[in-house]
Design a protein around this ligand. Structure first.
Ligand code: PMP
Length: 366
C-alpha cells in the first residue's frame, strides 16, 4: 500500500502500563500512577456533581463549534471567540497545526528535550525537524533556535514550562525571540502546565498576540483541571491564524460531556488555586529529598519533576513499579539516569520517596 515513506518505522505513542496491569503483574492491592502529570486531586467536585445528574441525549452529535465553552473561555481570557481553536486535547491541536502547515521541503524547530508530539507530527507530515539542545539550566536555547530558523522554517515549538524538564523559559527571552523571528513563522507556545507557574517573572503570553499574530498559545484541561480523560485542549491565536487552522480540525472533536465539564472546571478557579498550593508543597518534598541525597534535579514550574537517580533509570523505574508506583523512566524520555515523577498528594509523595530510598539503597546509590 501507498503509506507515506516517512512513517515507516515510526513508533506509535507508547503509553506506560496501567495500574490494573501493574497490580496483576506484581500481585499488588494498590498501585499509584505518577507518570502522566495528571492532577492527583482529580477535578473540581462540581464536575462529579454534574456527571452524577447529567441528562445527555447520547444519540445527538455534540456542538462542533463548542459554542458555550468558547464563550466561557473567551470571557475568562478576555479574547474574542474567533481567537480560539478547540482540540481533543492539546495533542489534537498539535496535530491540527502540523497538518495545516507542515509538508516536505519545510522545517520545524523544536527543543531537545521537549514534548515528543511536535517531532512526531512533523515526521508524519514529511517536514524536517531541527532539534536544538536545551541550555544547561533546561531552558529553551532561543538564540540557537532563532539561528536555526531559515526561509523554509514553518513552525517553532516552545514548550513552556517544558516537559519533561519542568523548566520555565523566561518571558523576556520569549518576547525577544518573537520580535526576532520572521512573521511568517508560526511560534507555538505550549503552556499545558501554565496553571502551576508561581514564578512572578512569567508574563501572560496572551499579551503577545496583539502585536504578533504569528504566535499561537496552547492550553489544556488535562493537567491542573484534572480532566485528562475528557480530552479538551484549546489554542489561542490571532483570528487570521485560527481561521486558517479551523478547516483541518475534525468536525466534532470535543464530546457533549467534555464541553460541559470543561466549563464547570473553568468556573471553579478556587479549586485550581488550591491544587496549585498543594503542588507547591509537594514539589518542596521532592526538592528536599534530592538536596539531602545530592541528586540533581531541574527546577520545576509544573506538577512533575525530572530528577537524577545516579543509576539505570529503567532499573529504578522497575524497582518502584514492583513497590506499587508507576513513574516515567528517563530512558523513555531521552534523559538516561533520570526519572520524571508526577507530584502527587503529600501522602503519595511521602510513600513514593520512601520506596525510592529503598530502591536507591538496593542499587548502591545511597
Ligand atoms: N503538551 C504538553 C507539554 C504535554 O505535557 C501534554 C500531555 N502530556 C500535552 C501537550 C497533551 O495534553 P492533552 O492532549 O492531554 O491536552
Amino acid at each position: 500500500m501507498k503509506f507515506k515513506k516517512q512513517i515507516a518505522g515510526l513508533q506509535a505513542y507508547q503509553p506506560g502500563k496501567t495500574t490494573d496491569e501493574v497490580k496483576k503483574m506484581y500481585n499488588l492491592d494498590k498501585v499509584t500512577k505518577l507518570a502522566s502529570n495528571e492532577n492527583p486531586y482529580g477535578a473540581s467536585p462540581k464536575v462529579k456533581e454534574y456527571l452524577n445528574n447529567a441528562n445527555v441525549d447520547y444519540a445527538i452529535y455534540p456542538d462542533g463549534y463548542a459554542t458555550k465553552l468558547r464563550t466561557a473561555i473567551a470571557q475568562h481570557l478576555n479574547v474574542s471567540e474567533k481567537q480560539l481553536l478547540f482540540g481533543n486535547g492539546s495533542d489534537d491541536n498539535i496535530l491540527i497545526v502540523s497538518r495545516a502547515i507542515l509538508q516536505p521541503g519545510l522545517n520545524t524547530v523544536v527543543a531537545d528535550l521537549t514534548f515528543g508530539q511536535y517531532k512526531h507530527n512533523a515526521i508524519v507530515e514529511g517536514a524536517e525537524v531541527r532539534a536544538i539542545p536545551l541550555t544547561e539550566k533546561g531552558e529553551h536555547d532561543l538564540e540557537k533556535m532563532a539561528e536555526a530558523v531559515d526561509e523554509n522554517t514553518a513552525i517553532v515549538w516552545i514548550c513552556n514550562p517544558n516537559n519533561p524538564t519542568g523548566t520555565l523559559t523566561p518571558s523576556d527571552k520569549i518576547r525577544a525571540f518573537v520580535e526576532k523571528v520572521p512573521s511568517d513563522v508560526l511560534i507555538v507556545l505550549d503552556e499545558a502546565y501554565i496553571e502551576y507557574i508561581t514564578d512572578d517573572t512569567y508574563e501572560e503570553s496572551i499579551g503577545l498576540l496583539e502585536k504578533y499574530p504569528n504566535v499561537l498559545i496552547m492550553r489544556t484541561f488535562s493537567k491542573a483541571y484534572g480532566l485528562a480523560s475528557f480530552r479538551v485542549g484549546y489554542a489561542i491565536g490571532s483570528e487570521e491564524v485560527i481561521s486558517q487552522l479551523e478547516p483541518t480540525r475534525e468536525p466534532f472533536n470535543n464530546t457533549v460531556l467534555s464541553q460541559e465539564v470543561a466549563i464547570i472546571g473553568l468556573e471553579d478557579q478556587a479549586f485550581i488555586t488550591e491544587c496549585k498550593e498543594k503542588n507547591n508543597a509537594g514539589r518542596a518534598q521532592f526538592e528536599a529529598f534530592c538536596k539531602e541525597r545530592k541528586l540533581n534535579f531541574y527546577p520545576s514550574h509544573t506538577n512533575f519533576i525530572l530528577m537524577e537517580v545516579k543509576a539505570d533509570s529503567d532499573v529504578v523505574f522497575q524497582g518502584l513499579m514492583k513497590r506499587g508506583f508507576i513513574v516515567r523512566s528517563g530512558n523513555a524520555l531521552g534523559k538516561p539516569g533520570y526519572l520524571r515523577i508526577t507530584i502527587g498528594t503529600e501522602e503519595q509523595n511521602t510513600e513514593l520517596l520512601q520506596k525510592l530510598d529503598e530502591v536507591l539503597q538496593e542499587e548502591g546509590v545511597l
